[in-house]
Each structure stands twice: as C-alpha cells, then as structure tokens.
Design a protein around this ligand. Structure first.
Ligand SMILES: O=C[C@H](O)COP(=O)(O)O
Length: 251
C-alpha cells in the first residue's frame, strides 16, 4: 500500500518572512496523518521551514539541485548541502526547468543520482506538451523521459522514488487533465518502471499528478488506482488549501 503524498511546489514564491508566517499558520491546522505532506520551497526558505516544522511530520524539499558535489560552480547548490540542511525531497526535471533553463534528460538523470547518493529522495517530473498530446505522442514522450531519468539508478533506490506526471499544458493554466487521463498516464509510467525493474518496484514507486490541482479536485484524482498524490503549485501557497489538499488525499 503506497502512502499518499501531497507535495507543494512553491516555485519562485515566498520570501523568508512569508515562509515563516506560512509555517506558523500551518502549525495551527491539523494535517491528516495518513497522508505524507511535503513542501518544496526556494532554497532560502528551507532553513526557516525546517526549523519551524521540525516537530511535525511535514517533509521539506528543494526545487532543484546541481549534480556535482562541490567546487567552482558559482550560484549552484549541491545535494550534500541540501542533505546537511535537513531536506528530504528534491524536485528534478520540473518542466519549467527543462523549458526555461535548458535542463536535459541527462541533467535530470545526474540530479536524480546526486540526490539519491546524498540520501534524499528525488521527485522526478515528466510530462508532455499540448502538441505532443494532440498528436498522440504523449505516452512515448513520457516513457522516454522516465527511462532517461532512471538510467543507472539501482533497484534498491528505485522503489523509493517519486515520479510526478505533469502535463505541461495543465500547469498553472487552470486546465487540468481529467482524472481518467491522469490515471492512464500514471499507469503507463508504472508499466515503464516495471519494464526497467520489476513489478515489486513498480508497485512501490509513488506516482503523483501535477497540473492545476485544487482542493476541489484532489478527491477525484485520489480515487484512481495509479495516482498516489499530487505535486501542487498555486494551491500549495495558502495554508488552508494546503491542509484541505492533504485531507482530500486520504484513502
Ligand atoms: O509543480 C507543480 C506544477 O507545476 C503544478 O503547478 P500548478 O498546481 O500551479 O498548476
């Protein structure tokens, strides 16, 4: 049985003061404990979140990482730095990074390796453009991204992974995939993982859907067999919506 996961992705939002205030507000709410809750925040917000939420089960994650351990890489943050800080998750290959910052499948794979080697869990993002879906290439595109991201990842680590299926056309647009379409893609991702490893690993990998998920849509998504939670952008920025998403993800 896979534990449902709601991972907020704050993207480039929230100053340190705002992050601190969010944590203080969140502490007043009761989060459903049968669901794993995580917040992936800008690097500068991680210390305040980790400190303020340390008595809770909420896991804190980063939104990016550089795959080298240390060295002359001005402006970058390494996986060992994030681990030392207390991060649990690191998003790798979000479509905004792929599209706006030129991140390749190979970069995503190196990032996933670095995160695992440092003892954290990558949330690997995959997803197709609207044009790829309209032309029927979405399944192949996503399978290719999964295969490339998992290249060389050992079976022991693979079962712990989180993969987020985020159709690019549904991100921040208010246009969500139907729960059936989301589930069909999550199923095909699980099938790809089974091809690369085995059924046991495919059954334990958590696969999230992302793209305009709101408190009003989470229950329908979670009623589907292969959707294990959501990676949530906009709706994770308000404590009450975030709390409602966690409640709605309970099975
Ligand atoms: O990582 C989260 C996704 O990009 C979804 O963002 P959104 O919920 O604002 O559409």
């Amino acid at each position: 049985m896979r534990t449902p996961l709601i991972a907020g992705n704050w993207k480039m939002n929230m100053t340190v003061s705002e992050a601190g205030a969010f944590a203080d507000e969140l502490l007043k709410n009761t989060l459903n404990e049968s669901v794993e809750a995580a917040i992936c925040a800008p690097f500068i917000d991680l210390p305040v979140l980790i400190e303020k939420l340390k008595e809770t089960n909420i896991k804190i994650g980063a939104q990016n990482v550089y795959y080298e351990q240390s060295g002359a890489f001005t402006g970058e943050i390494s996986a060992p730095m994030l681990k030392d800080l207390g991060a649990h998750y690191v998003i790798a290959g979000h479509s905004e990074r792929r599209e706006l910052f030129g991140e390749s499948d190979s970069d995503v794979n190196k990032k996933a390796h670095a995160v695992i080697e440092a003892g954290m869990v990558p949330i690997i993002c995959v997803g197709e453009t609207e044009e790829e879906r309209d032309s029927g290439r979405h399944t192949a595109k996503v399978a290719g991204q999964v295969k490339a991201a998992l290249e060389g990842i050992a079976a022991e680590a693979a079962g712990e992974l989180v993969i987020a299926y985020e159709p690019i056309w549904a991100i921040g647009t208010g246009k969500s995939a139907t729960s059936d379409d989301a589930n069909a893609m999550c199923t095909s991702i699980r099938t790809e993982v089974e091809k690369l490893y085995d059924k046991g690993i495919a059954d334990s990998v958590r696969i999230l859907y992302g793209g305009s998920v709101k408190p009003a849509t989470i229950e329908d998504l979670m009623s589907k067999s292969d959707v294990d939670g959501a990676l949530v952008g906009g709706a994770s920025l308000k404590t009450d919506d975030y709390t409602a998403l966690v409640s709605g993800a309970a099975r």
